[in-house]
Ligand binder design. Structure first.
Ligand SMILES: Cc1cc2nc3c(=O)[nH]c(=O)nc-3n(C[C@H](O)[C@H](O)[C@H](O)COP(=O)(O)O)c2cc1C
Length: 363
């Protein structure tokens, strides 16, 4: 039955305009009707990282639930955590439509949404209302397109969401806000991280454990840029990394929609984002948590991210093609894989293929 829901929703949703299909998915999740049947919790899959207990390592990536409308419904699909956002201080429309394109044969998407969202206050109110439900819900923060001081927008995000977010993700890697990725350059990044971490520490003074801050980076970075980022992340004591956002590269893409400007996600991003992930694991050492994102659409791809150095994994585009039961399927298969090999914790397989992935050229 659940497989039927997946097949039916997939064919319905892929025949609609991508943004209408997405609005329908959010509406369906809001009804509370169970759309999948997640496996029972498994000790083998759980991890404690940055002071947070993740029941399993698979999360929903940012961009699906931009306005924090359905984090609990995502957790009920089986996801071990859900990341809302990107949210900006003021609401903004984003770029003109059409701005999301499916590359069906390639199981990919190109988007140039440009941080369309309802702004901090509406996401904050929803997160405050659902806070008693618990579960790990992160908030991905960004800057308004026309902001005079973009770093101040991130500080504001920290101030607003520290008490309702399990963690904060600082997103400086969207390709759809002009100039945003320049914040990844060393000097700008140093200033951004100093101010963000100071805002985080101010916010949490006296309130117990500080809210962990993760930095989300692009997959389109040189070796030197990755080394700079790793150095700043360690220097400013950022709590973790999310690798990666969408890519500007169209390498290997044949679909004519590949000519659309924007960020590419899904299967063609898998190798590129995994190579960057493995390099980052080598650069920052074994202790800092990394969330691996990009092209995960099966238990095998999720496991491979972990072998390449990820502690946790997120997906988005895979669910567009596989339907709402994907998280449950991946978790069931990951758990069966570990059990069949006598592995008692998913952490044990981390890094087993870091060197192999890091040795592959970036381009
Ligand atoms: C339609 C769409 C919207 C997205 N919006 C955001 C966003 O607002 N903030 C963000 O950090 N990432 C955003 N992403 C990027 C995803 O979080 C993820 O990093 C990327 O898609 C790679 O994962 P995937 O291949 O599993 O989709 C978006 C992706 C898609 C497809």
């Amino acid at each position: 039955m659940k497989r039927f829901i997946d097949l039916a929703s997939r064919s319905l949703l892929t025949s609609l305009d991508p943004e209408r299909a997405h609005a329908l998915s959010i509406a369906a999740l809001k009804t509370g009707v169970p759309l999948s049947c997640p496996p029972p919790a498994s000790q083998r899959l759980s991890r404690t990282l940055a002071g947070l207990h993740f029941p399993n390592p698979l999360g929903m990536a940012a961009g699906f639930d931009k306005n924090a409308e359905v984090p609990d419904a995502l957790l009920r699909l089986g996801f071990g955590f859900a990341e809302c956002g990107t949210v900006t201080p003021r609401p903004q429309e984003g770029n003109p439509r059409p701005r999301v394109f499916r590359l069906i044969e390639e199981r990919a998407v190109i988007n140039r949404l440009g941080f369309n969202n309802e702004g901090h206050q509406s996401a904050y109110s929803r997160l405050l209302a659902r806070a008693p439900h618990g579960g790990i819900v992160g908030v991905n923060i960004g800057a308004n397109r026309d902001s005079a001081d973009r770093i101040a927008d991130y500080e504001e995000g920290v101030r607003v969401f520290s008490t309702v977010a399990s963690y904060l993700a600082v997103n400086i890697s969207s390709p759809n806000t002009a100039g945003l990725r320049a914040l990844q350059e060393r000097q700008a990044l140093g200033e951004l991280l100093s101010r963000v971490m100071a805002a985080r520490d101010r916010q949490n003074r006296g309130l117990g454990a500080p809210t962990p801050v993760f930095l989300k980076i692009a997959p389109d970075l040189s070796e030197a840029a990755l080394a700079d980022i790793a150095a700043e992340v360690l220097d400013k004591r950022v709590d973790g990394l999310i690798v990666s956002n969408t890519t500007l590269s169209r390498r290997g893409v044949r679909d004519p929609a590949g000519g659309e400007p924007g960020g590419l996600s899904g299967a063609p991003l898998f190798a590129r984002s995994t190579r960057v992930l493995a390099r980052m694991r080598r650069l920052i050492g074994p202790w800092l948590p990394i969330i691996g994102v990009g092209g995960v659409d099966s238990a095998e791809t999720a496991l491979e991210k972990i072998r390449a150095g990820a502690d946790l994994v997120q997906l988005y585009t895979g669910m567009i093609y596989e339907g709402p039961g994907l998280a449950a399927r991946i978790l069931r298969e990951m758990d069966a894989y570990l059990e069949s090999r006598g592995v008692t914790s998913i952490a044990e397989i981390r890094d087993s293929r870091v060197e192999a992935w890091a040795a592959q050229p970036l381009d």
